[in-house]
Design a protein around this ligand. Structure first.
Ligand SMILES: *Cc1c(COP(=O)(O)O)cnc(C)c1O
Length: 453
């Protein structure tokens, strides 16, 4: 019999049932299934790591949000924010639920067209629209949301040349009591920039001013800010009615409602402090209804809600590669997904659950990704039961901005699966391959060969 190798004994501090600020062991329930499908079977079939989306949760979210606004205001239209998650299958779930498309670049615009969204139901936002982009949007009768004066002048020029009157809105930024203020997009309300732009549009008569747009920030925890914003938007619309006898057809309040993720540095968990969508709805609808519009001239309320409609419908499944002890005694666990595909871990403390049963002990742990890069930290500190190499974890609230912001750095990007209402998984994006990656690379003739000695 071979002699056993000597292994130095290690003393590990196991904080059994230690209280944290929420009491004991609040976060530690294993998550073994998503919508009835076992996590282990998903990983077995599609690989690890793996993004999983719940069709049921997405539909529930949008239906609930629509109902919440429609019970408070007579004319409501949602538009799906493509940049939040523009996998075509995801977009189509929201389109099937009646959402239009909201895009911030030409390639997102083309995606919406290819998904079958009619041009007049694609809201074209963003600071970077080329002349060619504007021409395409004009031809398709899409509402163009103007970001700055240079765009306004170019658009006026193009409209004159094309002999058409494009449908436009201006983006407005304003002081809502939230700082730092988002004043880099659009025209400022308080300084009069917005009113100037409106006067320029209406005096020239070359553009059809159909709406007013704002997007005051993202992950906004203060619903009252939307009340302030809606009142200022209504004030502009009523000013236009007064001076030009023109009725503004819609007020677009943008997105930014918080999802239930927990911001880094937040004392309480997102699920405890994030306002429900009804609080945002209440202040926005009340501000518009009380603003003084004639009932027949109430503007339609557009909403471009992104993260709040999808974050909790997305999960990232992953596996433990190894455990180690850091020089200061802390425990570290290396996972097979890093900040390359979970970019959001730079600002969120994502909830992470083990995917299998475990014992009583927990220990403070650093979670690292697999990249050979010091910045690749998923959580600086999380209290988790000991996980063994090969064990699996489920990261929660990964539906928004993870797939669209994921980068191909060191590792290839994983597959994305959607579980349908019957509990059947469908691949909605295949795993990236080396071939996909090198598709656009070219090798000059003189570099094709080399000899190493
Ligand atoms: C990003 C964005 C949205 C969506 O924001 P969320 O925070 O995901 O709700 C909506 N409108 C515009 C103009 C955006 O840039």
């Amino acid at each position: 019999m071979a002699k056993k190798i000597y292994e130095r004994p290690i003393i590990r501090p196991l904080n059994t049932g230690m209280m944290n600020k929420f009491g004991t062991r609040t976060e530690y329930l294993p998550v073994t299934h998503i919508d009835g499908v076992s996590v282990k079977s998903l990983i077995k079939q599609y690989g690890s790591p793996l993004f999983v989306f719940s069709e049921r949760q997405m539909r529930e979210n949008i239906r609930f949000a629509k109902r919440t606004f429609e019970t408070r205001y007579p004319k409501v239209q949602f538009a799906w924010s493509y940049k939040t998650n523009y996998l075509n299958a995801i977009c189509n779930v929201y389109h099937q639920e009646g959402s239009w498309a909201e895009v911030v670049s030409r390639f997102e615009y083309d995606k919406a067209i290819n998904n079958g969204v009619p041009g007049d139901k694609i809201i074209f936002n963003g600071p970077d629209k080329t002349d060619e982009d504007l021409r395409v949007a004009i031809k398709n009768n899409s509402p163009i949301h103007i970001d700055h004066l240079d765009e306004l002048y170019r658009l006026t020029d193009i409209a004159t040349e094309m002999k058409v009157k494009p449908r436009v809105a201006i983006r407005v930024n304003m002081d809502t009591g939230i700082y730092p203020m988002w004043d880099r997009f659009g025209f400022n309300y308080e300084t009069g920039q917005a009113w100037d732009a409106i006067n320029k549009i209406l005096a020239s008569g070359k553009l059809d001013l159909v709406g007013l747009h704002t997007h005051i920030g993202t992950y906004m925890l203060t619903p009252s800010a939307y009340g302030v914003a809606a009142a200022k938007m209504a004030d502009l619309a009523l000013g236009i009615k007064n001076k030009y006898d023109t009725v503004i057809q819609y007020i677009d309040m943008g997105g930014g409602f918080a999802s239930q993720n927990t911001l880094k540095g937040s004392f309480l968990k997102g699920s405890d402090i994030v306002p429900p969508i009804s609080e945002y709805a209440e202040v926005i609808c009340t501000a518009l209804l009380n603003a003084g519009f004639k009932n027949t001239e109430l503007p339609t309320l557009y909403l471009e809600t992104g993260r709040a409609l999808i974050d909790n419908a997305g999960f990232l499944l992953g596996s433990v590669i190894a455990n180690k002890r850091l020089s200061d005694g802390r425990k570290a666990t290396i996972l097979d997904f890093g900040v390359n595909i979970l970019f959001t871990s730079f600002w969120y403390d994502h909830k992470i659950s083990p995917a299998q049963e475990f014992g009583m002990h927990t220990e403070d742990t650093v979670l690292y990704g697999p990249l050979c890069m010091n910045i690749d930290v998923i959580r600086e500190n999380i209290s988790l039961p000991p996980l063994n190499a090969g064990d699996q974890v489920v990261v929660h609230h990964t539906g928004a901005y993870t797939v669209t912001q994921s980068m191909q750095f060191i590792a290839l990007r994983p597959a994305v699966v959607m579980i349908d209402l019957m509990g059947k998984p469908h691949v909605i994006k295949k795993k990236e391959s080396l071939k996909d990656l090198e598709k656009n690379e070219e090798m000059p003739e003189f570099l094709k060969q080399f000899k190493l000695v």
